[in-house]
Design a protein around this ligand. Sequence first.
Ligand SMILES: NC(=O)C1=CN([C@@H]2O[C@H](COP(=O)(O)OP(=O)(O)OC[C@H]3O[C@@H](n4cnc5c(N)ncnc54)[C@H](OP(=O)(O)O)[C@@H]3O)[C@@H](O)[C@H]2O)[C@@H](O)CC1
Ligand SMILES: Nc1ncnc2c1ncn2[C@@H]1O[C@H](COP(=O)(O)OP(=O)(O)O)[C@@H](O)[C@H]1O
Ligand SMILES: [K+]
Length: 526
Amino acid sequence: MDAAGPAAPAASRAVVRRLTRRTRDAEPGGRLRTRNAERDARAHGMLLSMRHAYSVDTVRAAEAELMAGLPEGALMQRAAAGLAAAVAGLLPRVSGARIVLLVGSGDNGGDALYAGARLARRGAGVSAVLLDPDRAHRGGLAALRAAGGRVAEDPFGVLAVADVVLDGITGIGGHGGLRPDAVPLARAARGSGAMVVAVDLPSGVEADTGEVKGEAVRADATVTFGAYKPGLLVDPAHQHAGALRLVDIGLGSRLPSVPDLEALQHDDVARLLPVPAPESDKYRRGVVGVVAGSARYPGAAVLAVAGAVHGGAGAVRYVGPGADAVIARFPEALVHGWPPSRAGRVQAWVVGPGLGDAPGVAEVLESDVPVLVDADGLRSLDPDAVRARSAPTLLTPHAGEAAALLGVDRGQVEAARLGSVRSLATKYGATVLLKGSTTLVADADARRPVRVNPTGTSWLATAGSGDVLSGLAGSLLAAGLEPLDAGSVAAYLHGLAARLASLGAPVSAQDVAAAIPRAWRDTLTP
Ligand SMILES: NC(=O)C1=CN([C@@H]2O[C@H](COP(=O)(O)OP(=O)(O)OC[C@H]3O[C@@H](n4cnc5c(N)ncnc54)[C@H](OP(=O)(O)O)[C@@H]3O)[C@@H](O)[C@H]2O)[C@@H](O)CC1
Ligand SMILES: Nc1ncnc2c1ncn2[C@@H]1O[C@H](COP(=O)(O)OP(=O)(O)O)[C@@H](O)[C@H]1O
Ligand SMILES: [K+]
């Protein structure tokens, strides 16, 4: 997280660091996880197993059902109480803190006003900036005034000296980026050095998709109510949210069991990892075949095999022109001459990394075992050939490859990652892992939740790291994981391996491959 920026006062930066550390501890990357952090995470309602996100319609329906049995305004009070407590936890002292509320015309502004009232009662100096004074939440405004808070006469003046800004411009009711009157306020909040805490969502982002269609608030932290919304977990909106806090307002039992989006956490991955049983042998653990590399890209063969060797299969077969390089680096690999069909039995194929124009994709797709298609293998991939397969297929494009498959610009895929991965899965009748700053995995069955990978680091943006991911995911397919699990577990281990290998410094694709066993061990360690 970019914390409070270089202009932030030292106290504010320290508080943000504290919050960031705590949140990271509760997320994967558990090397940092301690018993205390775990207890802390649970106390803050953050779970160490599956994180779920629900669409706005689903959240609204659950809220309506819950509200029907509660006194009017009860849910908003729960939200405001949780928000005020989270803000208080970020401050060294509530009394005397300068807090500014950016208040839009909906209930998101109401949450901010009631939370502001609670903080004012504890001695904070609270000023509200009303975007539309005639439509600000009446009850919230009355509560703020009664608690000693006031409406700001000089919005930019109060923002300049604020310790914390609460962004209550829009929540789940906002669409289309910030409106022009809100833009200068959002910029002033960001530029002030104050800690910016978004109420429910950073205003201006699309809650359901993670798109940002214009300007949006950049928050250091987001306190969200009842359930995560997909946009909080998917880039580019995710990058606006900062550290995430979920406040329980009692929605749990009203939410459907199947979410729209889910993020595996340490415990989920640990349950899915293929650990050999006492009676296992190399064939029962699964054999993965890798068709990769070319005279132009010999390294891709080595890196894909590196991912596969560390990915839990019992054996790795390699077919392609890089056999000498593969054997030199991995004597444990079994190398075979062309074609792949004569390489002996495998339980899954990986085809494509660095393959260039070499054939092989069509033949591998004709096999009756799971196939992962990556990189060059994705070029001109025929949807009918994939749909006709008797066994599952996992496609692993980056945004550029996904754009080519969908016939759109790369930018369109990056702006709408969730829609893009779902469209590709539907088009090919396959599981699709879309790589990038947020890696998403969509199952061929559109009713299943899309998985969002919570690990990773931008240091992974290095040549060849995708080849390692392919080998790793292929190995997990060969070990018997279904494509959605193989893809999401591979992305999780790959991202965690990169974090462990990097520790904030550059990493090479080879470093990432070598750290996979550490990531695996870390995931299994309670
Ligand atoms: N439901 C519940 O039980 C609970 C809900 N809770 C809270 O309510 C929130 C949802 O409240 P909501 O439905 O009132 O919508 P909200 O997010 O405030 O935005 C709508 C307002 O914003 C305006 N606006 C729209 N776009 C805009 C833009 N781009 N830039 C600027 N303004 C824009 C739009 O204006 P209009 O289009 O009418 O002119 C309208 O007035 C939810 O996120 C959570 O915080 C919690 O208290 C828990 C219980
Ligand atoms: N900004 C980023 N943040 C996190 N991970 C990233 C980022 N950019 C790329 N990655 C990851 O790095 C890997 C790159 O894969 P790919 O684009 O196929 O590279 P290559 O073809 O060189 O192997 C993927 O796992 C991807 O998710
Ligand atoms: K908001």
